[in-house]
Write a protein that binds this ligand. Structure first.
Ligand code: MGD
Ligand code: MGD
Ligand code: SF4
Ligand code: MO
Length: 908
């Protein structure tokens, strides 16, 4: 049932692992209003820019509406029969190991549970893996080694009481904005809070840091091993805790000491200042309430699991775990990365935190699922799985809620693997994803706001996602699609679900197998096993373990009782060391001297299939870029805004150069979001390193080796259209969603006049009014301007020249949405901006405040603090996630202003 108008329905944000509660209301015009849920313990009513824009991304634009086989639309029964028959046939002929599912942390727990049950329980293979392999698997491996289970021990509440917070390999400000803001508030209120950011780049997260350690990439293990040695040397360990509750200390210490040397040598190996290093160590040694937050800079590495254990080792050695305000805290990426780990979506776990190789678990699950075909060994991990497909060993794959052509490393190999695979089934909400292009069968899935089920956030809190809107076409819930295929494969009884709530209670019951009291395993949902339809429908957030239904918010920490889930019940130190071979490999060092790091930007989500629909989100960063230190750029004659080719032996990308000292020399950074759907050649996974961590199988996505060169072109263009256009005939293009249309940026080897005429013929405009003007600018370049008006509306427009500076053309982003008047026509022809068009690039997405307005407030109205800028312009008064950026603008502006004053004084 979908919601009636005017009621506010509680649900959970579609995006990151903070898991913010939202409330949604359907407006009279059918659109969705979104606000934060004040009662939700993850966010207390706050939302970031992505959460606030959720209503803009539920449009039906680009949706996959019907099942299809080989490009031909089919009914559900035909498509489901086809998938079931083909999978069954393949299994019959080549065995269960010849098929695979590749799923996602964006599935709901209920979807994930049935996918895992079908593959491991009934097909009898371990070959179900997930994009969490690229995301959380090193944390999972690290947790299991130390605790015996995949446990995140703490709560978000620990952010409020910690006295030292270490944020390592995480750009919290952009990737988990609500947690960042929570911490920022603490920082503003408490003098005793010391924040350290460990990241080779200087990110927005550094804006709240007392100390930024810009360590050399991949040196984390050495940094934390050094810390462990330091703690011992300075007698800052908790010997009683170590003796009573842990094992393996001596060998972990021996290993750490091998890596450690004098502070001076350590600092030089890490590439940081010695005073900063000793300040970090001393603060850790002397601050009991220390919280270490970590994410992909730790996980996505060939030594990801070792990085995780090097952090956990320091927490155990000081007994800082399981108590308020302290502990290691792996922050999850996707909305249901945790739920996937719970049900067993990773190929090397069985189900509900039960493991392969445990005979009792095997028997209990077989009985519970009533199957005699339970998988007996782990399946292939994502990178290996696609390698096996490439080698012809996987002959049928079902990809659900992930876009591997964009997100798995070495895209060309992934594409080749999909092309070789006889059956590729893709379930997605969007029709034209990069992966859908290689599908034999496409199945339309319900997306966020249409689907219903549960997700678990980083602090183990299970929240409901609720259905808010009807789904377009014949899109169905993923659990339904998977169950229907399972039934057709002959497993009717095991998959005969009527409602997602039934799946949830079945899963809850599974967590209690041989674990009624929660002593055998951490994951225990016994309090939810009796939920009826009404209870499920009204379910409030529940933090596991759930011993009884939680009617009020609880805050629980694991390991407060110093009991772990290892055979001895003791926590394990793990001996880790820097392995020279696992440092950035040297094989291609000379040809590819730069290290390419990759990650996220504030307002886009992954492969942009959803955030790419919002013009508000698109306005923050409009074009893919590679950040480079000026010292690296100058010898290559690379200037700000130049286009550059970044390449290695796997592939290449063509993006804008962004010169910044926030980037260390020798290193580059590029966002992961743009791909063939949104740009000609900007997919970083084309050249991403597919070497993996030997234990977790997680690829080293943060450190690929590349080179970079300036790319020369003859002309640049900007094209504004109401409908998308295929521009692949040009050397470079990027698409940006703007209100009522698209803005393309183009660069090409054609001359600017040829570019103009090619665009002209592509547009193929017929009846209407044409505005056209060619002129020379102050540098004597020819500029060609063209606009086409139909029914008093601007329909399309372009500008071409030898070189276009994007800043001066930012007004193009809003022009399609404005009523056409004389001043806009004048702007279109003359390029001289007038009226409201003058506010420039949007900084505050919520309140739509542009950079020019903010700059003006600083320089003209003397708004020299964030509060004054907020009052003056309303910027930063929505979700607040643009505040670090406004602070940077303020800082830069003030610096410039002061310099100018100094110069003026000097001149005077
Ligand atoms: N806006 C936005 N938010 C998101 C997402 C999104 O797509 N967009 N995706 C979500 C998902 S799935 C995930 S997994 C999270 C990821 O969240 P984060 O992990 O915070 O984000 P990333 O940008 O991938 O990388 C974090 C940082 O690791 C640093 N790093 C690189 N190499 C090293 C190293 O060797 N050591 C250390 N210490 N640091 C290093 C990078 O410079 C980068 O700043 O974000 C989630 N939130
Ligand atoms: N170089 C590099 N590569 C990376 C990373 C990096 O930092 N650097 N990060 C990695 C990480 S941490 C992650 S999590 C991955 C993310 O990578 P992906 O999982 O590939 O990214 P998404 O764009 O989120 O893909 C989700 C797909 O599922 C669809 N979808 C959304 N909701 C549903 C649903 O309910 N059902 C179905 N069936 N489909 C749905 C969306 O339209 C989209 O096509 O990228 C990884 N790749
Ligand atoms: S921090 Fe932002 S993206 Fe993440 S769950 Fe909250 S509102 Fe959604
Ligand atoms: Mo992720």
């Amino acid at each position: 049932m979908t919601q009636t108008r005017n009621a506010w329905t509680k649900s959970t944000c579609a995006y990151c692992g903070v898991g913010c509660g939202i409330e949604a209301q359907i407006k009279a015009d059918g659109e969705l209003s979104i606000r934060g849920d004040q009662s939700h313990p993850a966010n207390f009513g706050n939302l970031c820019s992505k959460g606030l824009a959720l209503g803009e991304t539920v449009s039906h634009q680009g949706r996959l509406l019907h099942p299809s086989i080989d490009g031909i639309e089919q009914s559900w029964p035909t498509a489901l029969d086809h998938v079931a028959t083909q999978f069954s046939k393949t299994i019959e002929e080549f065995g269960p190991e010849s098929v695979a599912f590749y799923v996602s942390g964006q599935l709901l727990t209920e979807d994930y549970y049935v996918a895992n049950k079908l593959m491991k329980g009934f097909i009898g293979s371990g070959n179900i893996d997930t994009n969490s392999r690229l995301c959380m698997s090193s944390s999972v491996a690290g947790h299991k080694r130390a605790f015996g289970t995949d446990t995140v021990p703490g709560c978000y509440e620990d952010f409020d009481t910690a006295e030292m917070v270490i944020i390592t390999g995480s750009n919290l400000a952009w990737c988990h904005p609500i947690l960042f803001q929570r911490l920022k508030k603490q920082k503003e209120q408490r003098d005793n809070l010391f924040i350290v950011v460990i990241d080779p780049r200087e990110t927005d997260t550094c804006s709240i840091a007392d100390l930024h350690l810009a360590i050399n990439p991949e040196t984390d293990v050495q940094l934390f091993n050094g810390l462990l040695s330091y703690l011992v040397e300075h007698k800052k360990i908790d010997q009683q805790y170590i003796d009573a509750h842990s094992e393996g200390f001596a060998s972990a210490l021996a290993s750490a000491q091998k890596d450690a040397s004098s502070l001076e040598q350590m600092a030089s190996a890490l590439g940081i200042n010695q005073d900063d290093l000793s300040s970090f160590y001393a603060h850790f040694a002397n601050t009991e309430k220390t919280l270490t937050i970590y994410s992909q800079g730790v996980n996505q590495s060939m030594q990801g699991s070792n990085k995780v254990n090097s952090i956990i080792n320091c927490h155990i050695a000081t007994g800082r775990i399981g108590k308020p305000g302290m502990g290691p805290f792996s922050i999850t990426g996707q909305p249901n990365a945790m739920g996937g780990r719970e049900v067993g979506g990773l190929s090397n776990t069985l189900a509900a935190h039960m493991e392969f190789g445990d005979q009792q678990a095997h028997q209990a699950i077989s009985d519970f699922w009533q199957t005699d075909n339970l998988a007996t060994k782990p399946g292939l991990k994502a990178v290996d799985l696609f390698d096996a497909m490439h080698d012809g060993k996987i002959k049928a794959v079902w990809i659900i809620a992930t876009n591997p052509v964009v997100s798995l490393p070495n895209s060309n190999k992934i594409i080749a693997a999909l092309q070789k695979c006889p059956l590729v089934v893709v379930s997605d909400c969007i029709e034209n994803t990069a992966t859908a292009e290689y599908a034999d069968v496409l199945l339309p899935a319900q997306g966020w706001s249409e689907k219903s089920g549960t997700v678990t956030n980083s602090e183990r809190r299970i929240s409901r996602q609720r259905r808010l809107l009807p789904s377009p076409g014949v899109a169905k819930a993923d659990w339904w699609i998977i169950s229907e295929v399972a039934k057709r494969m002959g497993f009717k009884e095991a998959f005969d679900y009527l409602h997602e709530g039934e799946i949830f209670t079945e899963f809850a019951k599974m967590t209690t197998l041989n674990n009624e009291d929660g002593q055998a395993r951490d994951l225990n949902l016994i309090g939810l096993t009796q939920l009826d339809g009404k209870g499920y429908s009204r379910l409030k957030p529940q933090q596991w373990p759930v011993t009884e239904l939680q009617t009020e918010t609880v805050q629980q920490r694991f390991f407060a009782n110093k009991q772990f889930f290892t055979p001895s019940k003791k926590v394990q130190f793990i001996a880790v060391s820097i392995d020279a071979k696992k440092q950035i490999s040297e094989k291609t060092q000379s040809n590819y001297p730069m290290i390419l790091n990759s990650g996220r930007i504030r307002d886009q989500w992954h492969t942009m299939t959803r955030t790419g629909l919002s013009s508000r989100l698109g306005a923050h960063i409009t074009e893919p870029f590679v950040a480079i230190h000026p010292d690296d750029a100058v010898p290559l004659d690379i200037k700000e805004h130049n286009l550059v080719v970044v390449k290695n032996d796997k592939g290449s990308m063509l993006v804008r150069a962004l010169l910044t000292k926030q980037q260390a020399p020798g290193q580059l950074f590029t966002p992961i979001h743009w791909n063939k759907q949104t740009a000609k050649s900007a997919n970083v996974c084309n050249l991403a390193n597919d070497d993996t961590d030997p234990l977790s199988g997680q690829p080293a996505l943060k450190s690929s080796q590349v080179n970079i060169d300036k790319w020369e072109y003859q002309s640049e263009g900007m094209l504004l259209t109401r409908e998308p256009l295929d521009l692949d005939l040009f050397d470079y293009w990027v698409k940006q969603k703007v209100e009522q249309g698209y803005l393309y940026r183009i660069a090409d080897s054609r001359t600017s006049i040829e570019l103009a005429s090619t665009l002209h013929s592509l547009l193929n405009n017929k009846q209407g009014k044409t505005l056209q003007f060619s002129s020379t600018d102050e540098t004597q370049q020819m500029i060609h301007r063209y606009a086409f008006v139909q029914d008093q509306q601007l329909n399309n427009a372009y500008i071409t020249s030898e070189e276009l500076t994007t800043q001066s053309l930012d007004w193009l982003q809003s022009v399609l949405d404005m009523p056409l008047d004389g001043s806009i026509e004048q702007t279109l022809i003359s390029g001289v901006v007038q009226g409201k068009l003058a506010q420039g690039k949007i900084i505050c997405a919520c309140k739509q405040v542009g950079i020019n307005t903010i700059n003006e407030a600083i320089t003209e109205q003397n708004c020299h603090s964030l509060d004054l800028i907020k009052d003056c312009t309303t910027a930063g008064t929505g979700c607040g996630s643009c505040l670090p950026e406004i602070a940077t603008i303020l800082e830069e502006k003030l610096e410039v202003t002061t310099q100018r004053i100094e110069v003026e004084e000097f001149v005077a």
